[in-house]
Design a protein around this ligand. Structure first.
Ligand code: SAM
Ligand code: DTB
Ligand code: SF4
Length: 316
């Protein structure tokens, strides 16, 4: 009996070879795979809300919410459930299909999870998909979120295993993989991606994509963030990533994770419409919609409506 061969295991080397293809070849391959798995004229839209802002004990060098840096983001308490639901209703009215709630925690306390579970139940009752990002989770915490009806958990690998130590010292790559394992075991969809423009080289970008594509099951949603450089954080003066190199990362994510939603995530405010159009061509099919990310600026809804209109794309 002939066994079906396993799919290719992506390595940093094989992803790097993809990313180094002539640009037109790479984008053609990505666009071909994209249309075999998705409608290339549709873009999924998610709206973000920071439900607990600032004062975070972690030292992620990109993040304005870390208590280690002076980035002008004061710490605030967890929002009330009703206030969160009011924001979710507004996001639904603006056309979002998913509502993503982020908290500046290393990991949630069990008591905090009571309120977050109530938020998840309330947002779901509005007919929106739910996503939360709360830091590291234990297996029982993931189970509680699943029981509350959570659709997606966002937890990023952020960068390659090799570059990781230059960015975060307060938790390890393995800690992140452990949390992703608990989320997967609980039966929650995974949203997992990373950030580019943090002083990494092309091999690190390939290493990030290979690490994502090599998870036991590819994440259902893959956010590709371009670093938002915030004054006061250690990475504020980083060299911005070249737009063509950014598109190469998106294309590599699309080719290696064909069925996933690839989200053109943070960093769009500083991106030209033409660069975003190339990202959609290369397989990006999701964006954050609405004027704010967590603490930083995202394109105004009107700019996005005009852009999607010019490109003949529909949001949903
Ligand atoms: N505290 C939780 C955690 O880190 O897991 C959840 C919230 S945290 C802000 C969510 C993600 O936002 C981070 O993993 C990182 O990838 C992204 N992020 C934070 N600051 C960013 C920045 N300045 N530019 C781009 N992405 C950023
Ligand atoms: C993700 O990958 N990007 C989003 C979401 N997951 C939570 C967060 C972007 C944050 C950008 C910086 C800020 O607004 O604070
Ligand atoms: Fe804290 Fe998350 Fe920011 Fe890291 S990325 S400092 S864990 S809020």
């Amino acid at each position: 009996m002939n066994a079906i061969p396993p799919p290719p295991a992506w390595t940093a080397g094989s992803v790097r070879a993809l990313m180094d293809l002539p640009f037109s070849e790479l984008v053609f391959q990505a666009a071909s795979i994209h249309r075999a798995h998705h409608d290339p004229t549709r873009v999924q839209i998610s709206t973000l809300l920071s439900i607990k802002t600032g004062g975070c004990p972690e030292d992620c060098a990109y993040c304005p919410q870390s208590a280690s840096y002076e980035a002008g983001v004061p710490a605030s308490k967890l929002m009330d459930v009703d206030a969160v639901l009011a924001e979710a209703r507004a996001a639904r009215a603006a056309g979002a299909s998913r509502f993503c709630m982020g908290a500046a925690w290393r990991s949630p306390k069990d008591r905090d999870l009571d309120a977050v579970c109530a938020m998840v139940e309330g947002v779901r009752a509005l007919g929106l998909e739910t996503c939360v990002t709360l830091g590291m989770l234990t297996a029982p915490q993931a189970g509680r979120l699943r029981n509350a009806g959570l659709d997606y958990y966002n937890h990023n690998l952020d960068t390659s295993p090799e570059h990781y130590g230059a960015i975060i010292t307060t938790r390890s790559y393995q800690d992140r993989l452990d949390t992703l394992g608990h989320v997967r075991d609980a039966g929650i969809n995974i949203c997992c991606g990373g950030i580019v423009g943090m002083g990494e080289d092309a091999s690190d970008r390939a290493g990030l994509i290979a690490a994502l594509a090599s998870l036991p099951k590819a994440p259902e949603s893959v956010p590709i963030n371009a670093l938002v450089r915030v004054e006061g954080t250690p990475l504020a003066q980083s060299e911005p990533i070249d737009a063509i190199d950014f598109v190469r990362v998106v294309a590599a994510a699309r080719i290696t994770m064909p069925a996933s939603y690839v989200r053109l995530s943070a960093g769009r405010e500083a991106m030209s419409d033409e660069a975003q159009a190339l990202c959609f061509l290369a397989g990006a099919n999701s964006i954050f919609y609405g004027p704010r990310l967590l603490t930083t600026v995202n394109p105004a809804a009107e700019r996005d409506r005009v852009l999607l209109d010019r490109l003949g794309m529909t949001a949903g």
